[in-house]
Write a protein that binds this ligand. Structure first.
Ligand SMILES: [Zn+2]
Length: 116
């Protein structure tokens, strides 16, 4: 097993939603399928969306971070399950961010150090 960094940018939640709803053009759908072959994080996120009863809630929740904080601090069982569904996407986003910043640092830092 080896890790291959995705060759295409990670999918936005809107792209994932459109994909699961099958409303994309053949070209767009192909691009997303190619990325999913490369990126297990987006593939996991898509899987999570497919399992959601109301996938559109994903965007609604994302648009309102305050609501999300309310959900996380809420004691309602229903609210908790929403957080669970969102969780894999959060990990994917965090990982992508870490990966990109590490890569940027790795490319930028050595050059600066050699100059000094
Ligand atoms: Zn991805």
């Amino acid at each position: 097993m080896s890790y291959h960094p995705p060759t295409t940018p990670c999918l936005s939640s809107q792209e994932m939603l459109d994909y699961t709803q099958g409303i994309l053009s053949t070209q767009e759908q192909h691009r997303i399928e190619m990325h999913l072959l490369d990126c297990e994080f987006c593939a996991d996120a898509i899987e999570g969306i497919v399992m959601m009863k109301n996938p559109n809630e994903l965007l609604a929740i994302e648009e309102d971070l305050n609501f999300e904080i309310d959900v996380m601090t809420s004691h309602e069982e229903n609210a908790r399950s929403k957080v669970k569904v969102l969780f894999p996407w959060r990990i994917a986003a965090a990982f992508a961010l870490i990966f990109v910043s590490t890569l940027t640092l790795w490319m930028v830092l050595p050059k600066k150090m050699y100059k000094n």
